[in-house]
Design a protein around this ligand. Sequence first.
Ligand code: FAD
Length: 411
Amino acid sequence: MDFKDSPDEAAFRAECRAWLEANATRKTRPDQVYGRGLNAEQLMAASREWQGRKAAAGYGAITWPAAFGGRGGTPMQEVIYREEEGQFEVPPNAFAVSLGMVIPSLFVHANDEVRARYVGPALHGTELWCQLLSEPGAGSDLGMVRTRAERCTDGRDGWILNGQKVWTTYAQFAQFGMVLARTDPNVPKFDGLTSFFIDMRAEGVEVRPIRQASGEAEFNEVFFNEVFVPDAQRVGAVGAGWKVTVTALMNERLSIGGVMPPGLWKTAAGMMREAQLNGASALADGRMRERLADLYLNAHGLWLLQARGLTALGKGREPGPELSIAKIVGARTLQDFGYLAIDLQGERGVLAAEEQGEAWRLVEQLWFGAAGMRIAGGTDEIVKNSVGERVLGLPPEPRSDRGVPFSQLAG
Ligand SMILES: Cc1cc2nc3c(=O)[nH]c(=O)nc-3n(C[C@H](O)[C@H](O)[C@H](O)COP(=O)(O)OP(=O)(O)OC[C@H]3O[C@@H](n4cnc5c(N)ncnc54)[C@H](O)[C@@H]3O)c2cc1C
């Protein structure tokens, strides 16, 4: 592949840069983080406003088809936009699940009426969607979902939902949520699932935020107590919920590529230059230089992998194992960056940004965030299993649940 921008890509980059210059503030340091002093509600409001502005200018969903309000652009254009946006101080992206997973599954599995009503407000950030998949007993194996949806017996055309979800990102801010529920316990586990979307303010839906180590409450427990869901809010056929979910999960893997902040190794090198170790700059220490070299090699290798995956997508082919590898190595690399930054600070490394100063905010965010990235969208172990089985052709894990009705599996 050619690593330089093609003339079209260079023109697109210049267009993005000009728009960003007119609409946002350029960072003065690469480790600058938006939103100093803002609380979660204010950050969410800023994120919605920014998404609306991007959507109005044609940058809200670059790769979506024009028919759905997107730009019909290439994955490479998406990367170019993100590279340029990374150099500006902009609100955090609260729409990764909403626009990166849920709405693309509506394109494929919902009817025209649903798409006409819901896609636009989601794209413009006025309505946020969440993804209600994981449960206390069903995470890596979503086939074990126990939330039940049962046909109404009182003449209403709909379903009654009961159960609990957990780790639902931004459920407390979302207007709508896509739920995976069990509609038939008497067939094998993946065959008895159906997808619905629900109004998060509907009667019987209770959202309880989970306070994290970082102090934020990004995700939630969500309880359903006799929630009525009209049949018009079913997405896909009864029993086809797993198919709908796979579409969302595939899109999640596609959006993982952009996790590595550009120039991270330069930030690390700057920190090493400033830090003292045994009376000299930490950059003089061989072990520290080795860690810096690892960071650089991993970040650069990931960029090359991403380029290969994007080339495949651009040529209409499915990307290979690049995206799985990028997720395993990328999240680990971000975590290693956090360890490195903390080690460089010595005992001060345990202090938070309030004490260390604003430049520490990025380290803090990556430190807490990277651990979550190693779990969300498939844990390291699960992704390694799938690389082993699907890419390397290793023998599959032994399974005792094939063909067995869910009701005989659930204890
Ligand atoms: C930041 C973040 C955001 C999230 N957002 C959402 C969201 O919006 N909506 C949503 O529905 N969910 C969300 N999740 C939940 C996420 O999808 C699950 O946490 C994840 O799938 C793992 O499931 P679990 O937590 O139940 O762990 P478990 O599946 O219980 O796994 C526990 C441990 O066992 C290991 N393990 C399990 N099975 C195997 C196996 N077959 N082989 C080897 N090891 C195995 C795992 O790797 C892990 O280390 C989010 C999670 C995070 C961290």
